[in-house]
Design a protein. Structure first.
Length: 177
């Protein structure tokens, strides 16, 4: 199960990166075509959908790798027992938030599908198709948060803490202090 989940998080991170690369490609193509007097219909729509997809698909991967803003700045000031309790509370709240996020986004996309909503831009596509990436990303994020919560409940060290420790031991040379 661990291997499957790690591959799921990695795959969602790769998909998010592909979306970012696609954004760059569309924008470059649009610029080149504009210089040639041509129009890339729907480029703004495509870039917008890819931005949403890249953000949501990156949630699970980013969370597991300690790249999200967390309460660690506050937790550093407490002893191990209090820190563990606060960490339990914070992860339980994160599970509730991630579950609500998935429920809200899935409901939004379901309504788009139910009412046959079509994108209002230049590309006339059913809007639930690009919105589906939001549901997938929110679902992977929920799985990642539950995964870390269960790990903590079992008395083990969550992956994001290991990644955070690794960042402190081997900081990124290009990162700001």
């Amino acid at each position: 199960m661990r291997r499957f989940l790690d591959r799921l998080y990695a795959a969602s991170g790769v998909l998010a990166a592909i979306c970012l690369a696609a954004i760059a490609a569309v924008m470059l193509l649009q610029s080149v075509m504009r210089q040639m007097g041509l129009l890339l219909r729907g480029a703004d729509d495509i870039v917008g959908w890819l931005c949403g997809a890249s953000a949501f698909l990156a949630y699970g991967y980013s969370f597991r790798h300690g790249e999200m803003v967390r309460v660690s700045l506050i937790l550093e000031h407490f002893g191990p027992r209090v820190r563990r309790r606060i960490e339990h509370f914070a992860l339980a709240a994160a599970v509730a938030f991630a579950a609500y996020l998935l429920w809200a986004v899935a409901g939004f996309v379901w309504q788009s599908w139910k009412f046959n909503e079509v994108a209002q831009g230049l590309l006339r596509v059913p809007i639930w198709i690009p919105q589906l990436s939001l549901v997938i990303g929110a679902a992977i994020f929920l799985v990642a948060v539950i995964d870390e919560f269960v790990t903590l409940l079992r008395g083990r060290r969550p992956a994001y803490l290991g990644a955070e420790h690794e960042h402190r031991v081997h900081p990124d040379p290009g990162a700001s202090p």
